[in-house]
Design a protein around this ligand. Structure first.
Ligand code: HEM
Ligand SMILES: *[C@@H]1O[C@H](CO)[C@@H](O)[C@H](O)[C@H]1NC(C)=O
Length: 321
């Protein structure tokens, strides 16, 4: 009887574990341990060198992973160049003349394929690992990256336009957009903390500094030099006061009404997300822990696994084309 009870506990534990795995995803942190034990260290060293050379590259790589995951899941679709069969997401509104870092992804892909001997690491996984390594390189938290995503053989500019949130979104539009991707209000606030690093073009914050009232007047004045009412659309401003450091300043800036984008300031504008913004503005530990959790959650959006998709030879084009 005792042994029957023990066995049944084991069976239940096993069934629960497999249900849990398939319900979340079939990804695993150990996915490349046998096929390519040096894959992760190779990606890390290329990312570190790129960030050393130009710190903004860390921000650009983090953003690529986000824009990949939000369009039909994390499947490397953002990396495909235009071709007769590819409606490149690089031409979508949020991406055109805006997303960057593709050359570094090429460098990573070349280095990792060389380290592995064959192309076994997907471009989608490269983006997920490079995003983590970028955050670490700029002083942020680390986390275990789930792996085993495969690469898409398609892309969609329409899907990119429909799915990537815009800087003119209201809080309720942001909440709905994230909800549609399986992410809640807390994920929205935490992941927006990605704006603790990197830059935005004048065209993305012009309306906010000239037309919105929930902005500190001195901050708006300073930005008007960078971003004149007419022209200057490509001029850059840092997304928070310390664009090279993964720190709390994005949130403390929001509390001071020093948010750069309209969508940033929406998170602290008298609505339901104010309290979280306030907490992250002083609680580094909470922000770091939750950022890591939410990045894993975002990285799990609808991956291709098993025999779906492919492992691309070049991240810029589908195989056999
Ligand atoms: C919540 C909705 C979001 C909106 C509306 C939004 C919008 C934007 C915009 C307009 C820019 C400037 C682009 C340019 O001027 O070319 C930007 C930059 C950036 N975004 Fe977001 N974003 C959002 C969420 C996120 C998330 C979730 C992450 C990552 C976790 C992220 C990471 C970044 C980074 C790192 C940059 C700077 C890129 C660079 O310097 O190259 N954003 N975002
Ligand atoms: C601000 O609002 C006015 C009136 O709606 C509009 O004409 C203008 O294009 C907006 N943006 C800027 C940067 O002034």
């Amino acid at each position: 009887m005792a042994s029957h009870g023990y066995f049944s506990v084991l069976v239940h534990a096993f069934v629960f574990a497999s249900l849990a795995t398939s319900a979340f995803s079939q990804l695993s942190p150990n996915y490349y341990d046998y096929a390519c034990p040096n894959a992760l260290s190779t990606i890390k060293s290329v990312v570190e060198a790129a960030v050393q050379k130009e710190y903004r590259m860390g921000a650009s790589l983090l953003r690529l992973h986000f824009h990949d995951c939000f369009v039909n899941g994390c499947d490397g679709s953002i990396l495909l160049d235009p071709s007769p069969t590819i409606d490149s997401e690089k031409n979508a509104f949020a991406n055109f003349q805006s997303v960057r870092g593709f050359e570094v992804v090429d460098d990573i892909k070349q280095a990792v394929d060389e380290a592995c001997g064959t192309p076994v690491v997907s471009c989608a996984d490269i983006l997920a690992v490079a995003a983590r390594d970028s955050v670490v390189a700029l002083g942020g938290p680390t986390w275990e990256v789930q792996l085993g995503r495969r690469d898409s053989t398609t892309a969609s500019k329409e899907a990119a336009d429909a799915n990537i949130p815009a800087p003119f979104f209201s809080l309720s539009q942001l909440i709905t957009n994230f909800k549609n991707h399986g992410l809640d209000e807390k994920d929205l606030v935490v992941l927006s903390g990605g704006h603790t690093i990197g830059y935005a073009r004048c065209v993305t914050f012009k309306d906010h500094i000239y037309n919105d009232s929930n902005i500190d007047p001195n901050f708006a004045q300073y930005l008007k030099y960078i971003c004149p009412r007419n022209g200057g659309d490509l001029n850059l401003a840092p997304l928070d006061s310390t664009a090279a450091n993964f720190d709390l300043n994005y949130y403390s800036n929001l509390v001071q009404k020093n948010g750069l984008l309209h969508s940033d300031q929406e998170l602290f504008n008298g609505g339901s997300t104010d309290e979280l913004v306030k907490q992250y503005s002083y609680d580094t530990e909470a922000f770091y822990v939750e950022f890591a959790n939410s990045m894993v959650k975002m990285g799990n959006i609808q991956p291709l696994t098993g025999d779906q998709g492919e492992i691309r030879v070049s991240c810029r084009k589908v195989n056999n084309y």
